[in-house]
Design a binder for this molecule. Structure first.
Ligand code: NDP
Length: 234
């Protein structure tokens, strides 16, 4: 069944691959961007996820074009890596604002329509470091762990309305976010991955598609690792 889907941060990397996958599945997809463009077949909607107004408008524009949002994927994320002693309050708060508050705003604005239609699929894109932690990523790991607590709370809150809320937890994935790391840093991280390689964005998209399908309505509050085994044991 074709659904109305909104991907927050659907212009680059993992989010772009997710938007593309949902378009290919036959969903009516809106994808947000601040820079660049969105995949063919997706309605591009300009949105800064740190702005409540922008998020509200994105949900409205997606709804006007495709019907009330039934599938929400919150993918927008940033890193501001630093050792704790060097990390500023601004770097801590900016990371939380984009990665965690942004997801709160998106879920809040999209949930109303889902509750009305008694159907919804919400997926937050977290990270393997949410549970393992990572030196230099206190802000990022905190924001990504926060997504798990928020998803599980919303899974309980919305369970009676036919809305599932799940988390996809990628490991090292071949995108701009990783391209900023030196070759040496990348190789060191790859050395910790049992499958011995990075993920491709399409592999994260496949897991996200699974959790947003009509057939997976009995999975909620789950954290699905797509990390080549990097986080096994958590
Ligand atoms: P990229 O840096 O390639 O893309 C980041 C995406 O987030 C872009 O679409 C960007 O949009 C969007 N974004 C950032 N800030 C905002 C904002 N304020 N408002 C709206 N959109 C915003 O990263 P990835 O594709 O690698 O990451 C996607 C998600 O996956 C992130 O949440 C990341 O934390 C997570 N992840 C990534 C991993 C990796 O190894 N790559 C590993 C684990 C998790 P724009 O360009 O328009 O600003």
């Amino acid at each position: 069944m074709s659904r109305s889907a909104l991907v927050i941060g659907g212009n680059r990397g993992i989010g772009r691959a997710i938007a593309q996958r949902l378009v290919e599945r036959g969903d009516r997809v809106a994808a947000t961007y601040r820079t660049g463009d969105c995949p063919d077949g997706a309605l591009p909607v300009r949105c800064d996820v740190t702005s409540s107004q922008d998020v509200k408008r994105a949900v409205k524009e997606a709804g006007e074009a495709h019907g009330p949002v039934e599938i929400l994927v919150v993918n927008a994320g940033i890193t501001r890596d630093k050792p704790l002693y060097a990390m500023t309050e601004e770097e801590f708060e900016a990371t939380l604002r984009t990665n965690l508050t942004g997801a709160f705003l998106a879920a809040k604005h999209a949930a109303r329509g889902m509750i009305r239609s008694r159907f919804g699929r919400i997926v937050f894109i977290s990270s393997v470091v949410a549970l393992s932690g990572e030196a230099g990523q206190a802000n990022y790991a905190a924001s990504k762990a926060g997504l798990i607590g928020m998803a599980r709370s919303l899974a309980r809150e919305f369970g009676g309305h036919g809305i599932t809320v799940n988390v996809v937890s990628p490991g090292l994935t071949d995108t701009d976010m990783v391209a900023v790391l030196s070759e040496e840093q990348q190789q060191k991280l790859i050395g910790r991955i049992p499958l011995g390689r990075m993920a491709q964005p399409e592999e994260i998209a496949a897991a996200t598609e699974f959790l947003t399908s009509d057939r997976t309505g009995y999975i909620t509050g789950a954290v699905l690792p797509v990390d080549g085994g990097m986080g096994m044991g958590h």
